[in-house]
Design a protein around this ligand. Structure first.
Ligand code: NDP
Length: 328
């Protein structure tokens, strides 16, 4: 079938120009045509939409997440009416993405929506929720359990951070949430944080590779000096799951916490995560890791026309929780 639809388009990168345009499904490539119900905004979308960096061509429809209903499929795994989720790979960077009423994608990128999540809930989670869940799973695989002591979540008011706070608290962990937003203490406590720390206290001190042991584990979507602090304060045998760079890319450390405390620095990648692990994480997101905060103040719903402002806010660290985009 051929249909006309509305999409948010990165029209050029030098200078960066964006706009909402009408396209035709004939302009899209892929095995599975999806009518998109919801997308969501992640930090990476802010980079694509605001700077043009990491976009592989223009015009490009950005949006690294989408959830919707299959309209047509050339692949037998999917049929009309199936509810599906697509995130990661080159979606929204090297292939037209989710800020669009329709999307066409390779069949190998498509995850059947698990029972226990609505399409909207799937996008409240999106790549941020997936990354938070993958971080929690990797920490647990490396020995973390609630009896070992407090777990630190950095960048706690952001997408990955907010969802990680809630998931860990629901699993019975004592969560310490670090934030740069002094007015978000009540919000973070509502999500389940026992303690709220000022982000500046984590980074404004002399760089030492070890200091007093404090944390049984840490979720780190921030990077930079925050990661430095975490590596220096993990308890014996503890792990940090690093997924992001919102606070910087350079990390200065020494071998001492690794060889003296046996700590583990775990890298978290959602983009090329293998499909068997991906499906398992989405099933956990619909069951034991399903946050209990999906319908309250974590979520802001916007339209395609409002995306430019959201990109600006997310790159300036001003966004709280998750922003979803409703189509139609
Ligand atoms: P958000 O913008 O929603 O959250 C990031 C949070 O980091 C902010 O809310 C803020 O929290 C904190 N922060 C922002 N700027 C700074 C700063 N200069 N110094 C310290 N902290 C800062 O983004 P997402 O949750 O969508 O993504 C978080 C990071 O994880 C990004 O870097 C993103 O690229 C990365 N990511 C990586 C993935 C992977 O596969 N590896 C997948 C998903 C995300 P607060 O004010 O509470 O401190």
């Amino acid at each position: 079938m051929t249909a006309a639809f509305k999409a948010f388009v990165l029209q050029s990168t030098d200078p960066v120009k964006t706009g909402v345009e009408e396209w035709s499904t004939d302009q899209l490539d892929g095995d599975v045509l999806i009518k998109v119900s919801y997308s969501s905004v992640n930090y990476k979308d802010g980079i694509v939409g605001r700077t043009g960096n990491i976009s592989e061509f223009t015009p490009l429809i950005p949006g690294i997440d989408l959830a919707g209903v299959v309209v047509e499929s050339n692949d037998q795994q999917f049929k009309e009416g199936d509810e599906v989720i697509v995130t990661s790979y080159r979606l929204g960077t090297g292939h037209h993405g989710g800020f669009s009423e329709y999307a066409k994608v390779p069949a190998e990128w498509v995850v059947p929506k698990p029972d226990g999540l609505s399409l909207k809930e799937a996008m409240v989670l999106g790549t941020a929720g997936f990354t938070a869940a993958l971080s929690v799973e990797q920490l647990e695989k490396n020995g973390l359990n609630p009896k070992q002591g407090p777990v630190l979540v950095a960048g706690a008011s952001g997408g990955v951070g907010s969802l990680a706070v809630n998931m860990l608290a629901n699993l019975g962990y004592d969560v310490a949430a670090s934030t740069g937003k002094k007015n978000e203490e009540d919000y973070l406590k509502k999500l389940g944080a026992k303690e709220v720390l000022d982000r500046d206290d984590l980074v404004d001190h002399e760089n030492k590779s070890t200091r007093s042991s404090k944390w049984a584990g840490a979720v780190d979507p921030v990077g930079g000096k925050t990661t430095q602090y975490i590596l220096s304060t993990l308890s014996y045998g503890a792990s940090v799951a690093t997924s992001g760079l919102a606070g910087g890319v350079d990390v200065s450390t020494q071998v001492f916490p690794f060889i003296g405390r046996g700590i583990n620095w775990l890298g978290i990648d959602s983009v090329r995560c293998p499909m068997d692990i991906r499906k398992n994480i989405w099933n956990r997101l619909a069951t034991d890791l399903k946050p209990t905060c999906l319908e309250d103040e974590v979520v802001i719903e916007v339209k395609l026309e409002e995306l430019d402002q959201v990109f600006k806010d997310i790159l300036e660290g001003k966004v709280r929780g998750r922003t979803i985009v409703k189509m139609g």
